[in-house]
Design a protein around this ligand. Structure first.
Ligand code: KG4
Ligand code: ZN
Length: 350
């Protein structure tokens, strides 16, 4: 079936046309068009996403993207319109929902609300037709969420852990601000960290030894803040187990050490879950999954621990927000007959 998908939950306006087949167990997707209009430049001067500006930009961009889709020659006779209803910024979500509702009326096509997080969960299925073996563990790491799922099959999963405070992406963005890096901070920190030594500073690894699968990232960002403020005395050197003199530490060392703390927490907790449920696959999705150094950290640890595990991480354009992932989630929701209210649900979870 052909799915027209619309995504406006945050700062990307996105429309996609996707052909979906294969059923719930082995869905296959052919992406006909995947259009994204990024608002990064608009929000950058404010150091983060401004909801009302996001709304204004979505209202402007939705018709432009739709026209582009029509102009590219695709016959617009989809079987379903899938639109993100949450989680996200309420004013931003409404723009996509209202646009989808108008199309639904005009084109007389079925409409279905989609959970954005399910989009991130299904994102690895958009590329290639490799089958996912189950059970699987899924780690969703985005600007608003950090979630671990025990995935029985494509249509059924159970949340086993999540962040108790900040999401990983949020922690990246806030730490980037402390380092005077522009929004969004994730790619900036990753870039800067390439010139740094990840073993320079031992930042805390919150909840790493706790038996549960929850995460906490707000303390890590605070620790980076204190690192700047504290007196650079002997106690300081001991506290952070510095590998070099404080005056020799560069911004790149801080970025690399910060990332190492994030990678340690994510890999250790996720792979503990993998071992516990004897997972055959590991899915990692969401904006932070685009981080190549994080991908390497997972590959290295999987190898070191000798785990027989298929790793599924989408390419960067399917990690960050786009509408093709919403089409994928829309397809599964449609087959499961899952119906969600067509209204903005800012705090929707999995
Ligand atoms: O999934 P996403 O595009 O939007 C949400 O659903 O939240 O994720 C956005 C988040 C931002 O916090 C951004 O800084 C982070 O993903 N991000 C990254 C990278 N690229 C995007 N974080 C770390 N490294 C990256 N390369
Ligand atoms: Zn997202």
């Amino acid at each position: 079936m052909k799915i027209l998908a619309i995504e406006t939950s945050c700062d990307e306006t996105a429309i996609a046309l996707v052909d979906a087949k294969g059923g719930v167990k082995q869905p296959r997707f052919k992406i006909e068009k995947n259009l994204v209009a990024s608002q990064i430049k608009i929000h950058r001067p404010f150091g983060g996403v401004v909801p009302n500006l996001a709304k204004r930009e979505h209202l402007k961009n939705l018709p432009i993207l739709f026209k582009k889709l029509v102009a590219s020659g695709y016959s617009l006779n989809p079987d379903l319109i899938a639109v993100t209803v949450g989680p996200g910024l309420e004013p931003a979500l409404w723009t996509g929902i209202n646009f989808a509702k108008e199309l639904h009326k005009k084109l007389k096509i079925k409409i279905l609300g989609v959970n954005h997080l399910e989009g991130h969960l299904y994102s690895p299925k958009l590329e290639g037709n490799k089958n996912l073996d189950f059970p699987a563990i899924a780690l969703i790491i985005s600007g608003g969420h950090t979630i671990l799922l025990n995935v029985k099959n494509m249509a059924s999963w159970k949340k086993i852990g999540e962040t108790v405070d900040d999401a990983v992406g949020e922690c990246y963005d806030k730490t980037a601000r402390l380092l005077n890096l522009p929004y969004p901070g994730g790619p900036e920190i990753e870039k800067l960290a390439k010139d740094g030594d990840p073993n320079t500073i031992q930042f805390p690894r919150p909840m790493i030894h706790q038996k549960n699968y929850d995460f906490s990232f707000s303390g890590l960002k605070t620790s980076v803040l204190y690192f700047f403020r504290e007196n650079k005395n002997e106690e300081f050197v001991k506290k952070y187990k510095l590998s070099k003199k404080p005056e020799k530490i560069s911004k790149a060392d801080i970025a690399a050490s910060f990332q190492q703390a994030v990678f340690d927490v994510l890999t250790i907790k996720t792979l503990r879950a993998v071992k516990e449920i004897k997972a055959k696959s590991l899915i990692i999705g969401g904006g932070v999954a685009a981080n190549r150094s994080l991908q390497k950290a997972f590959k290295k640890k999987i190898k070191k621990e000798n785990l027989k595990l298929n790793l599924f991480i989408p390419s960067p354009k399917f990690c960050t927000d786009n509408a093709a992932i919403i089409a994928a989630a829309g397809y599964i929701s449609f087959l499961k007959n899952k119906k969600m209210a067509l209204k903005a649900q800012a705090n929707l979870n999995l």
